[in-house]
Design a protein around this ligand. Structure first.
Ligand code: BES
Ligand code: MN
Ligand code: ZN
Length: 479
């Protein structure tokens, strides 16, 4: 999808030859003499366009306009939520027309967040997965013109929004691909392909190198499958080499069967999404590649399958992590923390200013927060503040969760330094407490995206979250 930013003028909407002209009408609308505002004023007066966010009026070939559909969209105060509601309703109205070209027309200057919401929501509502379908037809919408009263004021916000869309869509694509089309080796290939962009370097480690590093916990998860593991290291260098980077660590379990502690059959297919943390790291790098900001970012992805082959890890096995800590694996389905702990130890070598891990880590987090907000855990105040704020600006929300030491009680083991599971209570938090043991050397935050990275049910699919959140975090985190 191509986006183009332009200056809005009422007259251009009338002469513009496009499939769909979306026109945002806010509470502050004041009618002029041009055809468009006369049309809007009439629609408002008659009540055909109710003055409420999400109300739309789809007009087919209105007299004096060159567009096939002119869709008036009420966005009330123009808040990101109002804009989202409006776009969803408008795109539902014109869906059958399969528009190829559309224009978004803001009569009033939107906020940066309003613009961001418009672009990401438009992309979301037109996204079509097709990679493994034989009638491989992608989304129809290819060209989007965005018109605002002052385009220079919004140039940066526009660029960021477009980059966010591209990053989100890359994460969605790889999240949605079935596990046999998205192996650790495939993910490594996506990372490698990223080196075509400036300032990005990639290194891929296989089983031998990982063995040499002593990543015994990561290896232990991978050993139940014939599919070889990959440890992926991406580096984006936009600042001086000496500037400490932010490190993103993604959980890349390309399929989580649970291992010997096998999961029930119902909905097990959804465990192809267990690499959405990794996909979000790839998505962020795609966005960084486009924006070329002056920061340093490292991406680490620990990727393998969690299966129950004859060499599989068994409940009760003790493994030695890269940190030297031994772990009693009481449940092989708590594999995410095992692959992450070694990646977190590996992260120390970058002397990072912060490390964020992103993982579809626990079903308990889905129970706690549902699909609205991702859970984040951090003992670092500035990180917490920045994450919460980035969630708001990107509309990719998150919420703070506790890390009291009492939550770690259940992780005690009689046979190792730590067990990989505690009881059922507070499962998202005990998982975070496990990870925290490996993060003593730097400020750290953990994002549990188990509830937000994909949707179940009829609209099953990856969401591309938390790419938007991470991107705003990285670009706005004070140095
Ligand atoms: N990938 C799952 C977490 C998950 C479950 C995400 C359901 C989304 C929906 C993770 O590896 C897992 O299996 N976690 C276990 C941990 C338990 C054994 C302590 C869980 O949440 O049940
Ligand atoms: Mn699991
Ligand atoms: Zn998992």
């Amino acid at each position: 999808m191509n986006f183009e930013l332009k200056i809005f003028a009422p007259s251009t909407v009338s002469i513009e030859k496009t499939d769909v002209s979306l026109v945002f009408v806010a509470n502050s609308f004041e009618s002029g003499k041009d055809a468009l505002s006369v049309l809007i004023a009439k629609a408002l007066k008659s009540g055909d366009l109710a003055a409420k966010a999400g109300q739309v009026l789809d007009i087919y070939r209105p007299l004096g306009f060159a567009a096939t559909h002119v869709v008036l969209i009420h966005v009330a105060e123009g808040s990101p939520t109002d804009v989202r509601k409006g776009i969803l309703a408008a795109m539902a109205a014109v869906k059958a027309a399969k528009p190829k070209h559309a224009s978004l027309n803001f009569l009033q200057q939107p906020s940066a967040q309003g613009l961001r919401a418009a672009l990401t929501c438009l992309a979301e509502s037109t996204y079509l997965y097709h990679t493994t379908k034989s009638d491989a037809e992608g989304r129809s919408l290819t060209q989007v013109a965005v018109a605002v009263p002052d385009d220079t004021l919004l140039a940066d916000a526009f660029k960021r929004a477009v980059a966010a869309v591209n990053g989100i869509e890359l994460a969605k694509e790889w999240g949605n691909r079935p596990a046999n089309y998205a192996t650790p080796t495939h993910l490594a290939g996506v990372a490698k392909a990223m080196t075509k962009f400036a300032r990005i370097k990639v290194e891929i480690l296989g089983p031998k190198e990982v063995d040499k590093l002593g990543m015994g916990a990561f290896q232990a998860v991978a050993q139940g499958s014939d599919e070889p593991l990959r440890f992926i290291e991406l580096r984006y260098q936009g600042a001086a080499k000496a500037d400490a980077p932010v490190v993103l660590v993604g959980k890349g379990i390309t399929f989580d069967s649970g291992g010997i502690s096998i999961k029930p059959a119902a909905e097990m297919d959804e465990m192809k999404y267990d690499m959405c943390g990794a996909a979000s790291v790839l998505g962020v790098f795609r966005a960084l590649a486009e924006l070329q900001p002056e920061i340093n970012v490292v991406g680490l992805i620990a990727s393998c399958e969690n299966l129950s082959g004859s060499r599989a890890l068994k409940p009760g096995d003790v493994v030695t992590s890269m940190s030297g800590q031994t772990i009693e694996v009481l449940n092989t389905d708590a594999e995410g923390r095992l692959v992450l702990c070694d990646a977190l130890t590996y992260a120390e070598r970058f002397k990072p200013r912060a490390v964020l891990d992103i993982a579809t880590l626990t079903g308990a987090c889905v129970i706690a927060l549902g699909g609205v907000r991702s859970g984040f855990f951090s003992a670092d105040e500035s990180l917490s503040k920045a994450l919460l704020a980035a969630g708001e600006t990107s509309q990719d929300l998150c919420w703070p969760m506790p890390l009291d030491d009492e939550y770690a009680e259940g992780l005690k083991s009689s046979f190792a330094d730590v067990a990989n599971v505690a009881g059922r209570a507070g499962g998202a938090i005990t998982a975070a407490k496990f990870l925290q043991r490996f993060t003593a050397k730097y400020p750290w935050a953990h994002l549990d995206v188990a509830g937000t990275a994909w949707k179940s049910g009829a609209a099953k699919g990856a969401t591309g979250r938390p790419v938007g959140l991470l991107l705003d975090f990285l670009l706005d985190y004070p140095t």
